[in-house]
Design a binder for this molecule. Structure first.
Ligand code: UDP
Ligand code: MG
Length: 319
């Protein structure tokens, strides 16, 4: 029997890309000799993305749509697709054709060679990324690598192939905050990374704003690390010990007859500094506490409004 590939694609305001995407994927995949299905998730688009996907689903029996009830974010849209995919391997990629389909044969070959996870990372010199984005992205990867136990390549992407045994593990994830790039590294198995040069977006604009990316970066680091809490504890410890050591100095200076008022400026500086430090430490603890609060609610990662997948297979996953 032919092996089957599930291609999972999150789409947010991509109406103009869908038709081209599907035709490109059919072109690249039909020559590989595998059976395949395309699962395209409409992540609460404001445009006609869903209609564009449905149009393709009407033409091709192996194109499926999942409509989410609102915009949940790329990782959550991916999870919706991953939960419903049943291929022998699963490939995740963007809808804007920045992830070149011509890499698929190479990825499939590595899968046949026995690799369970074939991920891709952007080649260093990426002509389509603006200067400040490149610096911010470097800082993010440095930060997450320093603060957590996983190591992510600079520019690691969401274009990847996963064997079904990896997919089985990912389906079981019950975390409030999902960050697949980290999660896929964390699950282990037999992994290999290949570099790629991203293409220009086919049409449209990238949809992540600076603030959304910053929020995502902090969230991703916190999802994989409690080390910032250690930093907070360390800082607190260091300054408490310093403060204790300061006491003998006060006594000595008192008995030596120094004028106490002369210390006013340094006192205020110290108070302000410790005030700031305490707020910082409380802030870090508060952020983690907030995440625990959200996790304990056990809300679903996404909510499906409609899909044509149910009609075609037994779907035990919550819809
Ligand atoms: N995307 C999504 N939900 C969102 C934002 C983006 O599903 O809230 C999808 C988008 O349609 C695309 C992929 O995620 O297929 C990557 O998004 P984008 O091209 O905006 O980001 P970048 O290329 O900068 O990583
Ligand atoms: Mg893009």
């Amino acid at each position: 029997m032919k092996k089957k590939l599930s291609i999972v694609i999150p789409a947010f305001n991509e109406e103009k890309n869908i038709e081209f995407l599907v035709s490109e994927l059919f072109k690249s995949l039909s020559i590989t000799g595998y059976e395949f299905e395309l699962i395209i998730i409409d992540d609460g688009s404001k445009d006609k993305t869903l209609d564009a996907i449905k149009l393709q689903a009407d033409i091709y029996p192996n194109v499926f749509y999942i409509e989410l009830s609102k915009n949940f974010g790329k990782d959550y849209a991916l999870k919706a697709g991953i939960d419903r995919a049943n291929g022998d391997a699963l490939i995740t990629m963007d809808a804007d054709l920045q992830h070149p389909p011509h890499l698929l044969p190479q990825m499939l070959k590595l899968w046949e060679d026995g690799y369970d996870i074939i991920y891709t990372y952007r080649e260093e010199a990426n002509p389509h990324v603006k200067g400040y984005q490149r610096v911010a992205s470097k800082m993010f990867y440095k930060g997450i690598n320093a603060l957590s136990d996983i190591t992510l390549e600079n520019g690691i992407s969401d274009f990847r192939l996963l064997d079904q045994k990896v997919v089985k593990e990912l389906k079981q994830i019950d975390e409030y905050e999902i960050f697949f790039r980290g999660m896929v590294k964390w699950v282990g198995f037999n992994q290999i990374g290949i570099p790629y040069t991203p293409a220009e977006r086919h049409t449209g604009e990238a949809s992540y704003s600076f603030f959304r990316l910053a929020k995502l970066a902090i969230g991703s680091i916190m999802a994989f690390s409690v080390r910032p809490l250690y930093v907070a504890t360390g800082l607190g410890l260091f300054f408490s010990v310093s403060a204790v050591l300061y006491i003998p100095y006060i006594f000595i200076s008192y008995f030596a007859g120094y004028d106490a008022v002369s210390g006013w400026a340094s006192l205020i500086a110290t108070v302000a500094f410790f005030g700031g430090l305490q707020l910082l430490v409380l802030g870090i603890i508060g952020m983690y506490l907030g995440k625990i609060f959200l996790q304990t609610k056990h809300r679903p990662n996404y909510i499906v409004r409609s899909t044509n997948l149910l009609k075609t297979r037994n779907d035990s996953v919550r819809v």
